[in-house]
Design a protein around this ligand. Structure first.
Ligand SMILES: NC(=O)c1ccc[n+]([C@@H]2O[C@H](COP(=O)([O-])OP(=O)(O)OC[C@H]3O[C@@H](n4cnc5c(N)ncnc54)[C@H](OP(=O)(O)O)[C@@H]3O)[C@@H](O)[C@H]2O)c1
Length: 199
């Protein structure tokens, strides 16, 4: 897709789970609009390939291995951003898991733990790590889902974790009593892919 707008020139963006899928598409779009981007995911091979593919498109990018549930790797991701670019303007918390299609009453506790750890807790912990490096005007985007509005039976618990993310973005302290003086928003995945247009 040709992008003529460079409104993110000079901005720095970090995106989790961004070596494939929606995360990679977000990273590419941010980069095409001029942002320096840090991509990440669990597997080094995927990170290296994504960095190479984005560089081939003229995007300023570095990568870091980051499983969002591993504290040292989240810290390393934020350190990589700051070491390479000095500050953070945009955090996109995109990683999510949906490890089981079981109904809520049949779901194993280990699966419940994984859903909450990756889909909700990791977003909060990532922002705790990033917060000291955010500044006035920085933006945080947490990728939720349309299922968060009305969790359907086949995606029930996954949907409920996505509902929780809506609440997180509305929480008063999260919005206003933190170093985040910009806006905090949740977005539905499909909108992210199609909705960012330059005027
Ligand atoms: N797909 C949809 O239709 C849809 C609709 C609405 C909302 N969403 C939301 O959009 C977001 C992205 O969805 P998607 O479909 O693009 O996901 P996806 O295709 O499953 O994402 C794959 C990417 O995530 C990385 N990844 C997987 N687990 C990870 C973890 N624990 N930590 C870090 N990286 C991880 C993978 O790389 P590695 O294997 O190297 O880790 C890969 O780069 C999610 O929040 C999802 O809930 C998706």
């Amino acid at each position: 897709m040709e992008v003529k707008c460079r409104r993110l020139e000079g901005k720095v963006a970090v995106v989790t789970a961004s070596t494939q899928g929606i995360g990679l598409a977000i990273a590419e779009r941010l980069g095409r609009e001029g942002a320096a981007v840090v991509v990440s995911s669990r597997k080094k091979k995927n990170v290296d390939e994504a960095v190479e593919a984005l560089r081939a498109k003229g995007i300023t990018v570095v990568g870091a291995v980051c499983h969002v549930s591993i504290a040292e790797q989240r810290k390393n991701l934020i350190d990589t951003v700051v070491k390479n670019y000095g500050h953070i303007d945009i955090v996109v918390s995109n990683a999510a898991a949906n490890p089981s299609l079981d109904g809520i009453l049949d779901m194993k506790e280990s699966v419940l733990d994984k859903l909450w750890d990756i889909n909700v807790k990791a977003s909060i912990l990532l922002l705790q790590d990033a917060a000291p490096h955010l500044q006035k005007g920085s933006s945080v985007i947490i990728i939720s889902s349309i299922t968060g509005y009305n969790p359907e039976s086949s995606l029930a618990m996954y949907g409920v974790t996505k509902t929780a993310l809506f609440g997180l973005t509305k929480e008063h302290e999260f919005l206003w009593h933190s170093p985040l003086t910009g806006y905090v928003s949740h977005e539905v995945g499909n909108w992210i892919l199609t909705g960012w247009e330059c005027a």
